[in-house]
Design a protein around this ligand. Structure first.
Ligand SMILES: Cc1cc2nc3c(=O)[nH]c(=O)nc-3n(C[C@H](O)[C@H](O)[C@H](O)COP(=O)(O)OP(=O)(O)OC[C@H]3O[C@@H](n4cnc5c(N)ncnc54)[C@H](O)[C@@H]3O)c2cc1C
Length: 414
């Protein structure tokens, strides 16, 4: 009788983990798959947590990542509310918080990221919130019911989405960003200015170039004000933090895997330990090669989690196909849909197409004359074209890209 083979054990039951399980089955992986997740909820979508769920457009029931029968139908054993506490990379075993020990043929770490700790005095006050999970979002939504004034600390995508959702609900909102401009890591100065103008036009106060000195509480221990570095006070009943995330790499660290702001992994998700894979937000995965782009990076996006998982699935299923897609990401703020493709780099030539004042435009990045990245606002078709043109390494002149009458497609060969 053939010996039963050891399972694929996946730690982390969110985008990367669920996609790996699903793709492994699609590609014919026939052994057991065990998916372990420490949250109590069935796998759910995270992007609406800072968008539709907070503004009241999306209900909790609409968040489900897969249909109710998906896991059973695909023979995926889902262990929810269970935490992996130790990894033995040499023996390929995982110990869970209830003492159970899972032996594996493959172990995939898809443990994602957690909010960066906020160390400012007053951080422990009631009414100060992080946002990573459904539970976090529901706590914020609950507090928002009775909140007239909110302060968002951090002017990145999550902070700005929260600001937009709370403002849409009618609260007075202040965004505090320590960098001199919003979204400084992702956007060029003109786009940052556009985003700040868009938020101010909705009545949100945007303060840049200032850190937070302390949070002050009232007699009940609830946050009452944010004190900025320059002494200004923002009176508020709630504070939401959007100050970035750290990879959940404790298991990998304890098991001695190679790390550098995340678990180092190649384009098939292979970590430094044979049989141990790392995918999604926890992984500093090797990127598809592109001129000027770093070799490895943690890309905190649904697409990177899904594509990394598909690549890892191809490996476990015995048909290795390294990750090759152009990175892309989106963000919704008020009536604005931001869509980004490719990874802009310092030194790229920045080209504006369309009129920022119309809230419909794209910003393109040319690297040595080749389209390397694009960011669009309310131009979904242009975003889709750009993704394709970036993948094909298409060459453009700045003037033709800037001309809205120039059809955005691969130029005919000369
Ligand atoms: C509010 C919000 C809005 C976002 N909006 C967008 C967006 O608009 N577009 C976009 O592309 N991306 C967005 N993102 C980012 C996106 O959600 C992440 O890139 C994606 O969730 C990464 O998936 P993942 O599976 O790698 O990790 P995660 O989704 O973080 O999941 C990891 C899971 O592993 C669990 N876990 C961790 N350690 C253990 C352990 N030891 N044992 C068991 N389980 C464990 C965690 O609890 C978690 O459930 C958003 C994120 C947030 C928080």
């Amino acid at each position: 009788m053939a010996e039963a083979r050891k399972p694929l054990v996946i730690v982390g039951a969110s985008y990367a983990g669920v996609q790996l399980a699903a793709s492994a089955r699609e590609l014919g992986f026939a052994d057991r798959i065990v998916l372990v997740g420490d949250e109590r909820h069935a796998p759910y979508q995270r992007p609406p947590l800072s968008k539709g769920l907070l503004s009241g457009r999306t209900t909790r029931e609409q968040l489900s990542l897969r249909g109710a029968d998906f896991f059973a139908e695909n023979g995926i054993e889902l262990l929810l509310g269970r935490r992996a506490e130790a990894l033995d990379a040499a023996a390929l075993t995982v110990r869970l918080d209830d003492g159970a020990r899972l032996e594996a043929g493959w172990i995939a770490l898809a443990t994602g990221a957690r909010c960066r700790p906020f160390t400012c005095p007053g951080a422990e006050l009631a009414g100060v919130f992080d946002l990573r999970t459904l539970d976090d979002a529901e706590r914020i939504a609950e507090a928002a019911h009775s909140c007239a004034r909110a302060c968002v600390i951090g002017g990145g995508f999550i902070g700005l989405e929260v600001a937009s959702a709370l403002r849409t609900r009618g609260a007075e909102v202040t965004v505090v960003e320590a960098q001199p401009r919003l979204l400084a890591r992702a956007f060029p100065p003109a786009m940052s200015d556009y985003v700040a103008r868009a938020h101010r036009a909705q009545g949100t106060q945007v303060l840049t170039g200032t850190g937070v000195r302390e949070l002050l509480g009232d007699a009940q221990g609830r946050v009452a004000a944010v004190v900025l570095d320059d002494g200004r006070r923002i009176e508020c009943e709630m504070v939401v933090l959007g100050i970035g995330v750290l990879p959940n790499d404790a298991l990998a660290q304890q098991a001695g895997l190679a790390l550098d702001n995340g678990i180092l992994a190649d384009r098939l998700g292979r970590s430094s330990a044979p049989g141990v894979l790392a995918i999604g937000d926890v992984a500093a995965m090797e990127l598809p090669p592109a001129p000027g782009v770093p070799r490895r990076m943690r890309l905190e996006s649904i697409q990177a989690a899904n594509d990394g998982a598909r690549a890892a699935a191809s490996l476990v299923a015995g048909r290795p196909e390294p990750w090759r897609a152009v990175p892309w990401f989106w963000s919704d703020q008020y009536h604005l849909k931001f869509q980004m493709a490719g990874l802009p780099q310092p030194g790229d030539e920045v080209v504006l197409r369309g009129d920022m004042a119309s809230d419909r435009f794209s910003v393109f990045y040319l690297r040595d004359g080749v389209l390397a990245a694009a960011q669009s606002v309310n131009r979904p078709a242009e975003h889709l074209h750009s993704r394709k043109l970036i993948a094909e390494g298409t060459r453009f002149g700045a003037a033709e890209l800037a001309d809205p009458s120039f059809e955005l497609r691969r130029p005919a060969p000369a």
